[in-house]
Design a protein around this ligand. Sequence first.
Ligand SMILES: Cc1cc2nc3c(=O)[nH]c(=O)nc-3n(C[C@H](O)[C@H](O)[C@H](O)COP(=O)(O)O)c2cc1C
Ligand SMILES: CCCCC(=O)C(=O)O
Length: 369
Amino acid sequence: MTTSALGQEPSVALRTEDFAVLAQARLEPAVWDFLSGGSGAERTLAGNLRAFDAVRLRPRILTGTAEPDTGVELFAHRWPVPFAIAPVACNRLLHPEGEVATVRGAGALGAVTIVPMLASRTLEDIRAAAGAPLWLQLFWTRDRALMTELVERAESAGYGALVITSDMPVMARRLRDLRNRFVIEPEFGPVNLGSAGVQVRGGEGESGVRAHAAKTFDPTATWRDLEWLRSTTRLPVIVKGVLTDRDAELAVRHGAQGVVVSNHGGRQLDGAQSSLTALREVTRALGGRVPVFVDGGVRRGVDVLVALAAGADAVLLGRAPMWGLAAAGERGVREVLALILEELREAMRLCGAATTADLGPDLLSWSAP
Ligand SMILES: Cc1cc2nc3c(=O)[nH]c(=O)nc-3n(C[C@H](O)[C@H](O)[C@H](O)COP(=O)(O)O)c2cc1C
Ligand SMILES: CCCCC(=O)C(=O)O
């Protein structure tokens, strides 16, 4: 019998949501709300999950698939697993070791972590702890010198790519945070921003994080700024927050070397289409010109399989590994990822897919169950 992050009891962590239960028990209610909540009426948050719930599989039989190969090839690197950790701000809110624990857990499976610009540990400490490649996520900040300084630090610390989050000209109204007047205390807050990291308190009916974003994020950014960002670095630049074929096309035209199809986990435009729906139009539009990543609502291995079959090159995981982090630090992250990998391997076997290249649209049925 194995024991797991859920304690000394025999393992009961049979699905990632089991880690959410322990995470919620460990976190302050306002932090739990920040982690799990979405914007507005949380329609898009729910839609991301519903889209995966609705798709059905068309498995193949007698393919002789004993040991599926879950690896993918990206930017001339081999990833042993087709998923990475999505950028999630301020991991120290969830566990005292913060991003250091996250990258250790991810590194155990060789999974890339996209370190958030708003990390609560230094880029260099995170790099020192990492067992797998790291990418750095940036927001468009009014202070462009801050962006270039972070790009330089990422390059010298050996980060492998930049992810520029482009769906946050303004932070959407997240009603749970507004009700809680949620503030990230400095000890859990961003440490890589110099003086720009100073805490902004929320006022009446305002959340501290939203006030911070309003002060520092740049709503005037355009595709020209993407060309500028590319000119500052030799690292691949990947645009996060693409939801339409048209923007995918524009991203590539303006130099994006990859896109992340994302509605920010249902935390930005409430009512935006689900990540899985958007993925289908984006992969059709791009036809393999640049790698396509997707995030939003991926909770189990079969969701990863569906995303790959719908044309994603790899999947990003947001809340699921963060439940593990909050539940049990490094070990919790590792266990969540291992669970998703085990589910993926089982689903590949049962679909008769020997490699990720065998996962295509033929596997998917979009009509009723
Ligand atoms: C608590 C929290 C903080 C986040 N912080 C960031 C961030 O700093 N930068 C960013 O680009 N995305 C951020 N995201 C969005 C994630 O990168 C990702 O798009 C989303 O969580 C994917 O959906 P999922 O949680 O359903 O997997 C955050 C998400 C959550 C839940
Ligand atoms: C200013 C915090 C931004 C983090 C973020 O992207 C999110 O909470 O979704």
